[in-house]
Design a protein around this ligand. Sequence first.
Ligand SMILES: Nc1ncnc2c1ncn2[C@@H]1O[C@H](COP(=O)(O)OP(=O)(O)O)[C@@H](O)[C@H]1O
Ligand SMILES: [Mg+2]
Length: 372
Amino acid sequence: MIIKTLEIKNFRNYSSLLLNLSDKLNIIYGLNGQGKTNLLESIYLLGFTTSHRSFTSDNLIKSGEEKAIIKGKLQKDISYNLEINLMKTKKQVKIDGKIQTKLSNYIEKMNVIIFSSEDLNLIKGNPNERRKYFNLELSQISPNYYSALNDYNKLLKLRNEYLKELNLNMPIDLNYFNILTDYLINKSIFIYQMRNKYVEKLNKICPPIFEEIAGIKGFNIKYHPSINLENFDKETIKKTLEKAYKDHLDKEIRFKSTLYGPHRDDFTFDIDDNNLREFGSQGQQKMAIIALKLSEIEILKDFKRTNPIILLDDIFSDLDSNKKNNLLKHITGDMQVIITTTDLDSIDKKLLTTAKLIHIENGKIKETEVEK
Ligand SMILES: Nc1ncnc2c1ncn2[C@@H]1O[C@H](COP(=O)(O)OP(=O)(O)O)[C@@H](O)[C@H]1O
Ligand SMILES: [Mg+2]
């Protein structure tokens, strides 16, 4: 798939921007702080409806403005006009001008993979970041996953609210609570199974890529559900969760919170059972993430029968040329790629001649480059 045009209004440091993109390689260049990452972020947001930048997503709307708009013309088997409106307290998405009430239908339309410096949080950050990542990836390939997760989160909120009201010293009516718990377990089953399948699939693709770029065998990704599951059969998951909730009701009431379920899962990136978070060098951690993202390209191609759009945010400057070439081998070809850099010299001359160059200065395309 290809994003043909991008239009942004009042997003980050952009007042108004209209950009035609090349179907192949696009290079956004400019000095630090000019808006290169913001531009990629707008494309990411158009696809996922949330930002990839975990810490600064409060400031998406240009300061002093009320509403940011991002629009893009997406071309795949047919074309779609995608649009996201961001307001202070809500967001709205549209396909071909029609407001979408179900985000699940929207999110699976445009598939984007970003490589950026934020990625290391996936290894270094807390489990929340990893869950968010796997949730988004699964939502891109399965609207049903997104719906199940959404339902799960609503039920979880209700169950937690109820747990806050329960008091061990008072007689309690557990009828409503038990019904909530049953519903929650039902939604959990699909989430556990999908996460497990996804990690199994990744482990077929990712280790050889890691070996190729890092020269190390034994890489794999592990899924750690918050309950001890012997297998991922429906009955096993149901029984195990039922038992966890039954055995630990007192504890949940004391903590006033649901302590078991997919919202407590984690994932690790390992070499021979050693977690890269503790045992890996920074370089190995980076290569693991690159291998992970390259595997995602394969998975998306497989599921969606079309190439995802690739965003590379300033990652060339700190890769040696060997790794750069390995990376490019996987992502050039017939994919649309959008790269940012402060330094055009860090990019291979041959590539440069085939690329569309976009010079960004202070939230605007620099005029001299418009015709390139
Ligand atoms: N909500 C906002 N309103 C106005 N400017 C913003 C907002 N959020 C970020 N910026 C500005 O965007 C610039 C950073 O842009 P960024 O895309 O990260 O730069 P780079 O080109 O280095 O990737 C900073 O100058 C920052 O002040
Ligand atoms: Mg940047």
